[in-house]
Design a protein around this ligand. Structure first.
Ligand code: IMP
Length: 186
């Protein structure tokens, strides 16, 4: 891959910093209201959800605990998921009997989350819900009920605000689309 140029490689901004800020505040307020009477456990999926999780937790005004998982897909091209999921980092604490919300960056085919939901359900939480910043419904291969959804986006490969192409661009503060020549040069 050629050396990435952060902003110069962006063809289009799909979701601006301002839109992200407003949506995160809205999701935080909803979660605060829905879990007002019970402690909330957020389980974030690294690495893509890192900025979303950091902002969302600060928009939540009720007590909560955090845990982190890291998963990766087996094989597949850089811009496609294979459906096979490998757990690189597991939960640090038991979620048995807890009210858990999975915090995800993007749901594309749904295969990663489908696997994670089955895995986490097996650990007997009291409840298990999904909060996803981005939803790409056009590419869905399995049905996923998204309880808290940020933005529904078209079928385009996006980067920024945690999302990567070949591990770069995660530090952009907005969600954008890369210029086609960036993929061509990889
Ligand atoms: P799924 O299993 O197809 O739903 O894919 C989920 C994972 O694929 C996400 O957590 C991302 O890591 C990655 N992914 C899917 N679409 C994109 C994208 O447009 N940009 C960056 N990563 C993506």
């Amino acid at each position: 891959m050629r050396t990435p140029h952060l902003v110069d490689d962006i063809a289009e901004v799909l979701v601006s910093e301002d839109q992200l800020r407003h949506k995160v505040a809205e999701l935080g307020a909803r979660l605060s209201a829905d879990y007002a009477s019970r402690p909330l456990t957020l389980v974030s999926v690294l690495k893509g959800s890192l900025p979303f999780m950091a902002d969302l937790m600060r928009a939540i005004t009720i007590p909560l605990t955090l845990d982190l998982m890291e998963v990766s897909s087996y094989g597949g091209a850089v811009t496609q998921t294979s459906g096979l999921v490998r757990i690189l980092k597991d939960l640090s604490a038991s979620i048995e009997g807890k009210d858990v919300v999975i915090v995800e960056d993007i749901i594309d085919t749904g295969l990663t989350l489908n696997y994670l939901m089955r895995y986490l359900r097996g650990k007997n939480p009291q409840s298990l819900k999904i909060c996803a910043l981005l939803d790409k419904p056009a590419r869905r291969l399995v049905d996923i009920d998204i309880d808290y959804r940020g933005f529904s986006i078209p079928d385009r490969f996006v980067i920024g605000y945690g999302l990567d192409y070949a591990e770069f661009y995660r530090n952009l503060p907005f969600i954008g689309v890369l210029r086609p020549e960036v993929y061509g040069a990889s």
